[in-house]
Design a protein around this ligand. Structure first.
Ligand code: SF4
Length: 556
């Protein structure tokens, strides 16, 4: 059933803006278009700025809005440089909401095609308010200029697992079942665990011809997927019009083209001898972090493993290099067109070892550094196949691998210290290295049962419960529970880096590396040696990163 529909006139983009935003209210099924004012563009630029402006104007100001209040919004925007195919990393969407973990605004920067496609369809930002009674799908049809709110139960057999749901909706909403048409569809969805945990994330898809599969990038941090599930949104789907490099209509296309070409040339020239992002993605990082004593190991207690320092652990770049080469050939793949970094790696034909997909062969998007470190070394797990298993299930269940990684590492230390035991965990022996027990917690979050439900509330709430109900020492729990403002730390040991530690402390949303990633300059490159250098870097770095997030650029 079509619950609501809005037909609109197409308006060409000017200088990176469509000059419109789309508002949807899930209580009364209202769909309307709001204009973008010059003030909005001058003061808030786009991306995160537009999201926050929209939330500021729509949320009540006479009381604190909680994450699960209907007034809370999910806003999603690109920026004026976003959706440009000239410039690498220009396909980002920035998503904001009031976080179920922190109670304040969280933002997440994500690739995939949804942001650019919604812009090509006519909207600089999407603003969703209210809560639906039944599960709904928002369909932006940029080819025929119609926005529809659909009851999702009308579409038969939709999966609760995000990797399957994404394929189903890509097929159903493509105008024709051709590769070309599937490439014009992008889906945003979450999975079953987002309903039962505060670590819910959103998958943003793009159809990859190389993989013959709709792959996803994740808006992971802060529980945005939990809010999405609470609002009973099954998915957002956008079908884009056919587009070309001029669609963004920049003020000076020749200048942008020239800059983009220069930038791309340098990336292609220097990447093989520098990071090798085109070959291993962020899988290049664990090796460096391990060598420099920065790799979180066993709940951040160590920066490298005390026993297997010299062995060929999966933290060597070569391990990921070979794995990707075996599964994907030498081809690099990007989550947005024109991105020469092309860091989006994948493993095809991975045979699942546990849970509902046991024995099936699947595509795993990733793994990225944060998953390798958070759900690997930080749990005392060193086997790449388990990292793929966790990566797959977190993606399809809609879970943030940083929250899961840091959260379960905390649980493991609590278990080792005797604060929790098998009676409390329902028989799970959650010692460091017991990856099967940890994976079972993830399955429990998806099923909404067992100790996984407690763990899925996040470290801040676990600390309180473990102190009040299980007799843990509150100070000790405070010391070992790696969260700030309620958000779990991303995967860097900060004891060696004053700037990383201070940067995490100064972040607006909590300890996430997009606002604070000075560890590499500080400890690996030693480029900010004095206190003055560090103070300067702490001032400038978040401003640069904020600028990227306003413009719609990559900040990963
Ligand atoms: S750098 Fe990687 S994550 Fe960023 S746009 Fe390019 S392929 Fe996507």
């Amino acid at each position: 059933m079509v619950l609501a529909e809005l037909k609109y006139n197409h308006q060409d983009m000017k200088r990176g803006y469509t000059n419109r935003t789309l508002y949807i209210n899930l209580i009364n099924n209202e769909i309307k278009i709001k204009p973008v004012s010059n003030e909005m563009k001058e003061k808030f630029i786009g991306g995160r700025g537009f999201d926050i402006w929209l939330m500021w104007n729509s949320l009540p100001k006479d009381r604190i809005v909680k994450w699960n209040d209907p007034e809370n919004e999910i806003c999603l925007a690109t920026g004026p440089l976003g959706a440009s195919t000239y410039y690498p990393g220009g396909g980002k969407s920035i998503v904001t909401t009031i976080s179920p973990l922190t109670g304040i605004i969280i933002d997440s920067n994500v690739g995939g095609h949804f942001g650019p496609y919604s812009k090509y369809s006519g909207f600089d930002a999407i603003e969703i308010q209210g809560k639906s009674e039944k599960e709904v799908i928002l369909f932006i049809n940029g080819q025929d200029h119609i926005v529809q709110l659909l009851e999702s139960s009308d579409l038969e057999d939709l999966s609760d697992n995000s990797h399957l749901l994404t394929q189903q909706l890509t097929e159903k909403f493509a105008k024709e079942p051709t590769e070309k048409e599937k490439q014009l569809v992008s889906v945003v969805s979450t999975g079953s665990a987002a309903k039962h945990s505060r670590w819910g994330m959103l998958n943003f898809s793009w159809y990859s011809r190389k993989r013959k599969w709709a792959s996803c990038k994740q808006a992971g941090r802060g529980g945005i997927g939990t809010v999405f599930a609470d609002k009973k949104i099954k998915a957002l789907v956008c079908r884009a019009p056919v587009y070309d490099v001029k669609r963004n209509n920049p003020a000076n296309p020749d200048k942008l083209k020239e800059l983009g070409r220069k930038h791309n040339k340098n990336i292609i020239k220097f990447d093989p001898t520098m990071n090798q992002m085109r070959f291993v993605g962020t899988g290049y990082l664990p090796d460096i972090m391990n060598i420099t004593d920065l790799l979180p190991t066993e709940n951040f207690r160590f920066g490298q493993h005390r026993e297997i320092k010299d062995k060929n652990i999966p933290y060597k770049r070569q391990v990921w290099f070979e794995l990707f080469e075996e599964h994907t050939g030498k081809g690099a793949d990007g989550c947005w067109l024109g991105c020469s970094v092309s860091c989006s790696h994948w493993v095809s034909n991975y045979e699942v070892m546990t849970g509902p997909f046991k024995g099936q062969k699947v595509v795993v998007d990733g793994p990225e550094y944060e998953t390798i470190a958070g759900c690997g070394s930080n749990w005392g797990v060193w086997d790449p196949k388990w990292i793929l298993e966790i990566n797959f299930y977190c993606d399809t269940y809609g879970l943030d691998t940083i929250g899961i990684g840091t959260g379960i590492a905390f649980v493991m230390e609590c278990y080792e210290e005797g604060i929790i035991n098998k009676e409390i965990t329902g028989g799970l022996e959650l010692k460091f290295g017991n990856v099967e027990a940890a994976v079972e917690l993830i399955h429990q979050m998806a099923r909404g049962e067992g100790f996984g439900l407690i763990v899925g509330q996040g470290i801040k709430r676990m600390k309180k419960k473990f102190a009040e109900e299980y007799g843990g020492d509150p100070q000790f729990l405070q010391d070992i529970g790696m969260e700030h403002k309620g958000l779990e730390f991303s995967e860097y040991v900060t004891k060696e880096s004053l700037t990383q530690q201070a940067g995490f402390g100064l972040t607006n949303k909590g300890p996430q590396h997009d606002e604070a990633w000075l560890i590499f300059e500080d400890v690996v490159r030693h480029s900010i040696p004095t206190f003055e250098d560090k103070a300067n870097a702490l001032y400038w770095f978040p401003l640069w990163r904020t600028w990227f997030g306003l413009c719609g650029l990559n900040i990963a």
